[in-house]
Design a protein around this ligand. Structure first.
Ligand SMILES: Nc1ncnc2c1ncn2[C@@H]1O[C@H](COP(=O)(O)OP(=O)(O)OP(=O)(O)O)[C@@H](O)[C@H]1O
Length: 298
């Protein structure tokens, strides 16, 4: 089977869970049969190429769009019918925040803060200063990176139990990105915040994520602990003369001009690599996370 899926437990308290999720726009399918759960206290990095369906998956998980098929729950509640209590436990930052553009950051925080019993006004104020954002400038007049930072502060200041960030680093400079990653790690480590974030930046994922979910062609290709990937997956190179013996169940396959094959393979349940790796002339190479991503999605 060309997929490694972590099974979903019947765990009502999973901050986020989807089962059998399919979605599309007009005639095109974007997601098909996705099963995924975010376990409490985990930091799950969702990775995939442009257009893989990451934002669509996140929006469906949060009940912001009705899926064609499947079930989505947030803390055990159907995502399309969340109670105010559950909404107050979570914070979401979309890829391109646009809401409330006519307010200043200070006004937005005053307004939004009223909806959250856990609102940390001191954090919002000091982080706004630390991140050097003018508190009295209209949000609509901030640069995309500044706007994204304001929304991140808004999300973090609500002290959510569940934090969902759709490409939070997209508009951030390297210093801001580093600060955000530090904050995510801090929240997960000290407060047990569960985090789902999508990204294209593999190094960000390696820095903070405990788990990785890899979306490709509308399917979840793999979902596992980040630390496991190096042990579990490798590149199998087979010379042209041996390529007929290539295993069929692989995560990625690339034929070179000279007829040799590069395959992404996985250990079986007993921890063994495919038989073909023991053939003469065949080579097994370790794969870093970035290489794994490129080999599968490239
Ligand atoms: N409202 C919409 N109407 C029609 N098609 C859409 C809509 N939203 C997304 N799509 C399409 O669905 C596919 C998945 O989009 P989505 O934004 O979920 O991908 P993504 O993985 O988040 O991409 P990126 O990494 O570029 O942000 C794309 O082909 C996109 O063009």
């Amino acid at each position: 089977m060309n997929a490694v899926l972590r099974s979903i437990h019947d765990n009502d308290t999973a901050p986020l869970a989807v089962r059998g999720l399919s979605h599309g726009y007009e005639d095109s399918a974007v997601l098909s049969g996705v099963d995924l759960a975010l376990e409490p206290g985990n930091v799950l990095g969702l990775i995939g190429r442009n257009g893989a369906g990451k934002s669509t998956l996140i929006r469906a998980m949060l009940g912001l769009l009705p899926p064609r098929t499947g079930e989505c729950t947030v803390f055990g509640e159907p995502a399309l019918k969340l109670s105010d209590r559950t909404k107050a436990r979570m914070a979401y930052v979309p890829q391109q925040p646009e809401a409330l553009a006519w307010l200043t950051a200070r006004q937005m925080f005053d307004y939004v803060g009223r909806f959250y019993p856990t609102w940390d006004a001191a954090f919002a104020k000091t982080t706004l200063e630390r991140w050097q954002i003018a508190p009295d400038k209209l949000l609509g007049k901030l640069s995309p990176g500044e706007r994204q930072r304001v929304d991140l502060i808004r999300a973090l200041a609500s002290r959510p139990e569940l934090l969902v960030l759709d490409e939070p680093a997209a508009a951030l400079d390297p210093v801001a990105r580093r600060e955000l990653l530090r904050e995510i790690a801090l929240r997960a480590g000290e407060a047990g915040t569960s985090v789902l974030f999508s990204t294209h930046i593999v190094s960000d994922l390696e820095r903070v994520a405990s788990d990785i979910a890899f979306l490709h062609d509308g399917k979840l290709l793999l979902h596992c602990a980040v630390d496991e990937t190096k042990e579990r997956f490798a590149r199998l190179w087979m010379p042209a003369a041996m390529s007929a013996a290539a295993p069929s169940a692989v995560l990625g396959r690339h034929r070179h001009d000279d007829g040799s094959l590069s395959l992404v393979v996985e250990r079986d349940a007993n921890g063994r690599w495919p038989e073909a790796s023991r053939l003469p002339g065949v080579r097994l190479d370790a794969l870093g996370l970035e290489d794994l991503f490129v080999e599968i999605a490239g």
